[in-house]
Design a protein. Sequence first.
Length: 485
Amino acid sequence: MPQDKVTAEGVAVKNLPASAARMVPFPIPARMLIDVVMISDVVCVIMAAVIARIAYVDLVLDASAPLEPYLVVSCVMSIVLHQVMRVQGLYDVTALARWPAYYWKLLLSIILSFLLVIALGYLLKISADYSRGWMLTWLALSVVTISLSRPLAAMIQRRLAASGATARRAVVLVPGTAKEGLEDLLDLPRASPGVVVTRTMFVDLKDPEATAGTVNALISAGERDEFDEVIIAVSDDLPATRALLVEPLSALSVDVWLHMSELSMPVHGVAYLGDAAVLHVKRRPQPVREWSYVVKQALDYVGAAVGLVLLFPLMVFAAIAIKLDSRGPVFFQQRRNGFNQRVIKVYKFRTMTVTEDDKVVQASRGDRRVTRVGRVLRATSIDELPQLINVLKGEMSLVGPRPHAISHNEHYGKYLRRYTHRHAVKPGITGLAQVNGFRGPTEDLELMRKRIECDLEYIENWSLWLDIKIIARTIVAGCIHKNAF
């Protein structure tokens, strides 16, 4: 552990650990290494396409073809792969350092990107211009080269960290009136690996002369390249903070941050609306943001369309069985809250002798309202298949929090603080709560609380790979459950 010492200026200083002592003349932000990895992926894809073209088209097929079309396709593939990997969080410092844990997600991203490019080529009617053997060779070479690049990049990352090149050496400045929240700043090395607090300095803004002396000492340390950034704990006197601390530090080529301990919420960014500076404190959920939204929409529409085609005979058989078993319509529509709490009509196969909407009574084991065919449909979750139509209408998603009856939303919303947060994304036919066993009637508040926790965990940690896993678990084991009755 580094030991404290006191300088002539009376400032508490942390002895630099070995990781903070630079062995290179300039700092290398971790983001730069990620950018290099992005560029290397592009190079790998394009080089793999060229090598595959030479190896398969020229040598195996003994044919001649211009190189330009292959370069164009490989560039398109590079753009698609870049976006897919960004959505999957693969261009992240943690994902690079722990690449073995992210390998299957990496492999899936490469394969998915190739499938998207092939689908694009099919739509443009140019897929026949390229040999299937070349495509498979290109895919294999891309997988091999990108896979080999990850351990190499991780090794470079470790060596840069060991040399101190990527260490963020920070000084913490604490005005006398900013005592609260200091624990968060002093805990930075543990909470944020890669950050080294080299100095913790206390200043009294009511004594400008003494503050100026402390800041001058800090500037002298900065001139000796002893830190990279300064974190200032915000005091009650913001004008003095700016005049006595921020402005003088502009003489140094360092980053300056303000820490607001009273703002007990995450800040995602700062922007200007006109001349007004605003803090971004809440972000749209990942499944409905930027490229994630596009990817999830593509999965929903393609998956729902394919599902309807494959399951159409089963749905016709279920409809005939319902008509033969009891009087009433084949389909049952119920109003439920969807995305942003909008009211939607959710389709199901009718499984009861009643079609409740306003005041819904949950089904129970041995419920007499359930028909003979309905009991089979509910036990196998076949009654939910018409919701594929809701997905194609853009009202639901294949995966997401299950939509609850409006009366249930009104009831549970009074007792569970974050209950309505589940409506920040589209409701799903299946979800994380369902594959984890939280389905069927909610007999008490605690069961609903656990279900909501799963819904919020899904929203906060969404990825394409998570959706695919939930769909696979639903197909393999999730359709039949002891609570489905």
